[in-house]
Design a protein around this ligand. Structure first.
Ligand code: AMP
Length: 407
């Protein structure tokens, strides 16, 4: 029998949701609530599959108001006849530390561990728990489960997760590379294996998840062995508002220059850096790209640097991971692009692949203009090149469904 499953991604001021019919994996309903807890009305939007998108202004002092509204519109739109049709809710959790090696039921004991891990993801984990609590209250009979962004990367070998600082910071303070976007890297590498016609456990793929947050993962024999994000999702690539990797003493120096405490420094590197800082006006790649290509734009020169550095960093990480795969006597079967920039920016994809000439990777310029899941491999390329729209919510639903069936 089929079941309706909700996949939920609760942020500090937002709630994104999708409902699937499982095991058919048919998307039935999607939407989001934004500006929860903010001053004034927030925006609540939803779209039944095949129906019109509806946008509402709604006062949402906390997440539970958004959850109640979601349940109300699920019924009023006819997506469900009654609330007991929702058999399970899968919740995205950003940080599972080393504790969680798989998705788990949202028991009190597991929630307590997620709370303990909050210092490692102060913006995300508490918000994720708020989402869990709201749905527990609204749907007490449904199975609730936790699906972690970090789980997929728990297969990394120590050499790739340990930082070269006193080991006590790892053993006592849990400082190590955790990575993120795990469900996306998992999904896209699985789809790449499918397109390759290979068993995923014997396929080697480099996934470039390029969105407002961005990360690249080296996947060998189906497992994550290295990833660009670090201790937190601030490490690695240049992102919308995050700095990515830089000399760590930049931060200690800024502490003096700005007379800043930890929170302010964190704010600088997570919310005021990246494309936003480099371009001087926007964290949105569409704006940056437009300004970079418009000589008359007031931020043209800085945007050109922002765009070029973004592309260069992406190509650098791919090259590094390709070299690592080759050093293991293996072949890079595919490079796959996903997320907002990876799925939509034909120019970023082309510029990145053109920088991989030393690896013999080539792009098909015509195929690169196509949308959706597409093979953009150029003639004579040493690796396949794919664009694969990510499906993080589907991955959440798959695990929530599995947990429901095992309960
Ligand atoms: P995400 O975080 O995956 O939603 O991705 C958001 C990012 O994708 C933003 O920086 C958008 O500007 C970027 N994006 C979306 N569409 C395009 C496009 N056509 N060209 C370039 N960037 C895009």
């Amino acid at each position: 029998m089929s079941d309706k499953i909700l996949a939920v991604n609760a942020g500090s001021s937002s709630l994104k949701f999708k409902m699937f019919l499982m095991p058919e994996e048919e998307e039935l309903f999607s939407g989001a609530a934004d500006r929860i807890g903010g001053p004034g009305a927030g925006e609540f939007s939803y779209k039944p599959t095949g129906g019109e998108k509806v946008k509402l202004e709604l006062d949402m002092p906390d997440h539970s108001v958004a959850v109640d509204k979601l349940l109300e519109v699920l019924v009023s739109s006819g997506a469900i006849a009654s609330l007991d049709e929702i058999k399970a809710v899968g919740h995205r959790v950003v940080q599972g530390g080393e504790y969680f090696k798989e998705s788990v039921p949202a028991t009190e004991a597991h929630i307590a561990v997620v709370e303990q891990l909050a210092p490692l993801a102060p913006l995300h984990n508490p918000a994720n728990i708020l989402g869990v609590r709201s749905f527990q209250k609204a749907l007490p009979e449904a199975s609730q489960s936790l699906i972690f962004d970090t789980v997929f990367h728990q297969t990394m070998p120590e050499i790739n997760y340990i930082f070269p600082i006193d080991r006590k910071y790892y053993t006592e303070n849990k400082v190590r590379r955790y990575g993120a976007h795990g469900t996306s890297h998992d999904y896209v590498s699985g789809e790449s294996a499918r397109l390759l016609g290979k068993d995923r456990n014997s396929s080697n793929v480099i996934v470039a998840h390029l969105g407002n947050g961005a990360s690249i993962t080296e996947i060998v024999d189906g497992k994550s062995v290295d990833t660009s994000m670090g201790f937190t999702p601030t490490g690695g690539l240049v992102m919308g508002t995050r700095s990515g990797d830089m000399d760590p003493t930049v931060v200690t120096y800024l502490q003096k220059v700005e007379n800043a405490d930890g929170d302010k420094l964190s704010d600088i590197v997570t919310k005021k850096s990246g494309l936003l800082a480099l371009s001087g006006f926007s964290n949105d790649m569409r704006d940056v790209e437009e300004a970079a290509n418009d000589a008359n734009h007031e931020h043209h020169a800085e945007s050109r640097v922002a765009w070029d550095l973004f592309v260069k960093k992406v190509a650098n990480f791919i090259t590094l991971y390709a070299a690592d795969i080759i050093a293991q006597g293996k072949k890079v079967d595919a490079i796959a692009f996903t997320a907002g920039i990876g799925e939509n920016s034909t120019t970023v994809r082309k510029a990145v692949i053109d920088r991989l000439a030393c690896l013999g990777v080539k792009i098909n310029n015509q195929a690169n203009e196509t949308r959706g899941t597409v093979d953009i491999t150029g003639e004579g390329s040493t690796s396949k090149v794919y664009v694969i729209p990510t499906e993080e919510e589907l991955m959440i639903s798959r695990d929530a469904y599995k947990i429901l069936k095992n309960s």
